[in-house]
Design a protein around this ligand. Structure first.
Ligand SMILES: Cc1cc2nc3c(=O)[nH]c(=O)nc-3n(C[C@H](O)[C@H](O)[C@H](O)COP(=O)(O)OP(=O)(O)OC[C@H]3O[C@@H](n4cnc5c(N)ncnc54)[C@H](O)[C@@H]3O)c2cc1C
Length: 428
């Protein structure tokens, strides 16, 4: 992908809490028609000091008086000059309006279990979503008849398909085949890696189920992070996750279950710029491309992976089929609720990884792309690493949420807008 040479438009300051609610944004996303089937796409982490000096507080208008001791985190920003910007990536979230399709139905002789439409939270939900859907299958009269050695087909090899395969293996199913139109360069490889249920459009009554699924997934990744997960030893870690406020994190339902309450903190970038934020110090970062490789390494000796585009879920010769086709479900399942939400990412290179052991996500105002599409802009930075790249090639900067964005509307100017917003956030 080549970088656009168009000058970045003016960057808005981070949106205030009242400027836009998460729900309002997601509602706008949901209103967008679309759904074309798409191929893919140490100190720095915050040793607190004592209290904020008045001179620093003065640089950030919203900081309270310096009388109370504030938790100030010294953060060394990533290097964002052009020489430190690596691959520019476009990819597409499979958002399903109302809720992801996590359900079981019988089509002809086939029990079909749907597990798609997780929007910007497929990694956040993946392990929990697989458990939830397989529980549904095992509790259904037709699904309960499927034997442990019956042929089972999984359609789709993104994070959702692979975690479905992993969970089936854990439950003793022995005759599984994964079929997918593509195995490489999927949205699942490109995803940023923050565990937080964002960029979805869930009916309020379904949100409780989503939160439970996310909490299950948090436990799974926490086991990887603390070294007790039996099959995966790398790819997830516990590091601070910084947000503008608690509401936009989506993580409040996790507090008291698996997470500690967020703290009010001040990020000090050491250049005169500070930002008032909240920190979930037990945030989870999932190194998505690393985990995709680990999942393949675990699963491939246990089951065939067949490259095939599926057009009919009832003609696969398996009594049980899992539909984990992401955006492909728009066509495959004739699901008009599935929409594509485009994302822009820039990989960083030649960084100091120790400086980047945290995650940041702030939302900006909504806008319109050069293709006339509605975009919610944000800045985020996560310590993502791609397997096979240099040890200092760490960090990803995002990100956009372009409703209905497809490869036909790449919206290249968003890359420049995004990097300008990142530099502005750090006061560069
Ligand atoms: C820029 C960006 C950043 C993101 N950051 C995060 C994050 O920080 N945290 C988070 O939790 N989530 C994040 N996400 C969301 C996450 O990446 C997705 O929710 C997740 O990858 C979806 O996984 P999936 O398996 O459903 O889809 P995919 O990864 O797209 O896989 C779909 C699979 O189905 C196959 N398929 C489709 N149709 C057919 C067919 N007809 N026949 C056969 N195979 C078919 C495809 O070939 C592919 O193998 C991000 C997404 C984007 C775009």
């Amino acid at each position: 992908m080549t970088k656009s040479d168009v000058s970045p438009p003016t960057i808005d300051a981070p949106a205030s809490k009242s400027a836009i609610t998460r729900r309002a944004f997601l509602g706008a996303v949901a209103a967008t028609a679309g759904g074309a089937a798409l191929a893919a796409c140490s100190a720095g982490s915050g040793a607190p000091s004592t209290s904020i000096p008045p001179s620093i507080a003065a640089t950030t208008a919203s900081l309270p008086a310096a009388s109370a001791a504030l938790d100030v985190r010294m953060i060394t920003p990533p290097k964002l000059d052009t020489a430190y910007l690596g691959e520019h990536i476009l990819c597409y979230r499979p958002l399903r309006k109302g809720k992801p399709n996590l359900s079981v139905e019988t089509i002809g002789d086939t029990v079909v279990a749907h597990n798609y439409g997780h929007g910007g939270s497929g990694w956040t939900l993946g392990p929990g979503s697989a458990k939830y859907v397989i529980d549904l299958v095992e509790a259904s009269p037709a699904g309960a008849k499927v034997k442990k050695d019956s042929p089972i087909t999984i359609v789709g090899a993104g994070v959702i398909g692979l975690f479905t395969a992993y969970e089936l293996v854990q439950r003793g199913y022995t005759n599984i085949t994964v079929k997918a139109a593509a195995f490489k360069e999927l949205t699942s490889h490109n995803a940023g890696g923050l565990l937080a249920p964002v960029s979805m459009d869930n009916d309020p009554e379904f949100q409780k189920i989503i939160d439970k699924i996310g909490i299950d997934a948090y436990k799974f990744y926490a086991e990887i992070a603390n070294g007790t997960q039996p099959d995966f030893k790398t790819g997830a870690k516990v590091i601070p996750a910084y947000f503008k406020d608690r509401e936009h994190s989506g993580l409040e339902p996790y507090v008291g279950n698996v997470m500690q309450p967020a703290k009010d903190v001040v990020l000090d970038f050491g250049n005169g710029t500070t930002r008032k934020m909240v920190s979930y110090d037990d945030g989870i970062f999932m190194d998505t491309a690393v985990l995709m490789k680990s999942l393949h390494d675990y699963l491939e000796p246990k089951m065939p992976f067949v490259q095939e585009k599926i057009t009919d879920l009832n003609s696969l010769g398996s009594p049980l089929v899992f539909d984990c086709s992401g955006l492909g479900a728009a066509k495959l399942n004739d699901d008009t609720e599935v929409v594509s939400v485009q994302g822009h990412l820039v990989m960083l290179r030649d960084q100091t990884p120790a400086d980047l052991q945290h995650m940041i996500l702030v939302y900006f105002k909504e806008g319109t792309t050069e293709a006339g599409q509605h975009v919610k802009r944000s800045f985020y930075m996560f310590p993502k690493h791609l397997p096979g790249t240099g040890v200092n090639d760490v960090g990803v900067v995002g990100g956009t949420f372009v409703e209905g964005g497809t490869p036909l509307t790449p919206n290249y100017q968003e890359f420049d807008t995004m990097i300008a917003a990142a530099r502005n956030f750090y006061g560069m």
